[in-house]
Design a protein around this ligand. Structure first.
Ligand code: AMP
Length: 224
């Protein structure tokens, strides 16, 4: 079962994808994390991605789709994947369907996390991220046990460059423009579910499990 989390920057996609990975064994595929990894590695891809990311713009489709193709080729054939931050555009959604179809697979559920712009801005401005694995924290709503240190792996926490206020506004504007055709695309496929992403983390998680038809960890498989 493959799942997509759609939502604006700050809507909680990363946090929810982490929970699905930790509790249900999903493979978390986050294009933003892959780009940040490439930036840290100093590769040509990293330099190219950085020039878009620092402006809050989207990395070109050919590059992004190529990255996802490569990541899927490396994935365990039985992996259940949660896509976080991909697709962000209709053309990326089409490409993903084609990539999965060539493996005899498909997207089973698409969850749209709805959050109002003022809440997004508040969340992003307080967000701190684990340098090792991208675990997310918020200074007010989800602080780490020790300031500046990741609870999970002890790595240093940092504030992303693109969480600066002027870049945040641009990223939200890009999201609002591109989400419209994605909603139409997945709506027509009958796989789209909307959730109020302003709720508590655990409440959003429970709703993802129920609307996405995902069995909870340890629960018996459903009858066919
Ligand atoms: P995120 O961590 O998902 O907020 O992504 C951070 C940045 O990476 C975005 O603002 C884009 O510059 C780039 N990025 C991530 N995913 C994509 C995508 N699917 N298409 C284009 N650019 C992306």
């Amino acid at each position: 079962m493959h799942l997509i989390l759609l939502g604006a920057p700050g809507s909680g996609k990363g946090t929810q994808a982490e929970l699905l990975a930790k509790r249900l064994g999903y493979t978390h595929l986050a294009t933003g994390d892959l780009f940040r990894e490439a930036v840290r590695g100093g590769s040509e891809l990293g330099r190219l991605a950085q020039s878009y990311m620092e402006r809050g713009a989207l990395v070109p489709d050919e590059v992004t789709i190529g990255l996802v193709r490569e990541r899927l080729e490396r994935a365990n054939p039985t992996a259940q994947i949660v896509f976080d931050g991909y697709p962000r555009k209709w053309v990326q959604a089409r490409a993903l369907d084609e990539l999965l179809a060539s493996r005899g697979e498909k997207i089973d559920a698409v969850i749209l996390l709805n959050v109002s712009t003022p809440i997004l801005v508040e969340r992003l401005s307080g967000r701190w991220v684990c340098r090792a694995q991208g675990h997310n924290y918020h200074l007010a709503f989800h602080p780490p046990r020790v300031a500046g240190v990741c609870d999970v792996d002890g790595a240093e926490l940092y504030q992303r460059d693109d969480d600066r206020p002027e870049v945040v506004q641009r990223r939200i504007a890009v999201f609002l423009r591109e989400i419209v055709p994605l909603i139409a695309y997945y709506g027509a496929q009958g796989v789209l579910h909307e959730i109020d992403g302003a709720q508590e983390i655990e409440a959003v998680h429970r709703q993802i499990l129920s609307v996405g038809g995902i069995p909870k960890a340890g629960s018996p498989p459903r009858p066919a």
